[in-house]
Design a protein around this ligand. Structure first.
Ligand code: ZN
Length: 191
């Protein structure tokens, strides 16, 4: 066996899309970043549909505007939303990309970070499949750390002080990624 060398994730030359093993599922819920501002922050979220249920395609369906409102009692409210994130890390560590990192994904909502509003304008959104009530998997931390390293190679300004939770930037509205997200574990993996 020849051991694979180099980073797990890398950008396709000249694009804002990662090559495999990242999986590409484009979302229509994105637009141009205003001006030509490079990403200045990484926002970490958690999502599961229904809450705490893993696997299945409901998250991809939501970001693709094809989530059926009838599929679960809790979906009627969220099915009409036009939302997305750049990335989703599934429980097994598999990485899905929905939006070109050069584009603005719609993940932050009303938010404030680094003294500025409209955090979508200048951030990259990463969803972890999970919820507020249980731990994330080691595979997710490893995949997340590999992704952050790849983003940092492209934008060296994205240091550890530029990593935020959704609850940091919208504390009145949001709790994700929740109390079980282990920042220390991520920072150790990023050393
Ligand atoms: Zn969030």
């Amino acid at each position: 066996l020849i051991e694979q060398s180099g980073p797990r994730y890398c950008f396709k030359n000249g694009t804002g899309w990662l090559r495999p093993p990242a999986i590409r599922i484009p979302s229509p819920n994105c637009d141009d970043r205003p001006e030509c501002c490079a990403p200045e922050a990484i926002i970490i979220h958690s999502i599961s549909l229904p809450t705490c249920c893993y696997g299945g395609r409901f998250i991809e369906d939501l970001f693709g505007n094809r989530l059926s409102a009838d599929a679960h009692a809790t979906f009627a409210e969220i099915a009409p939303l036009k939302v997305s994130s750049h990335f989703l890390v599934r429980r097994g560590g598999h990485l899905i990309q929905f939006v070109d990192v050069g584009k603005r994904a719609w993940h932050a909502g009303v938010s404030r970070c680094l003294g500025r509003d409209k955090v979508n304008d200048f951030s990259i959104g990463i969803e972890l499949e999970g919820c507020d009530y249980e731990s994330f998997t080691m595979e997710q931390y490893r995949s997340l750390a590999d992704l952050v390293r790849t983003l940092r190679a492209k934008w060296p300004n994205l240091g550890s002080e530029r990593l935020f939770s959704h609850s940091d930037i919208a504390p009145e509205r949001k709790t994700d990624p929740g109390p079980f997200f282990d920042w220390h574990r991520l920072h150790v993996l990023l050393q």
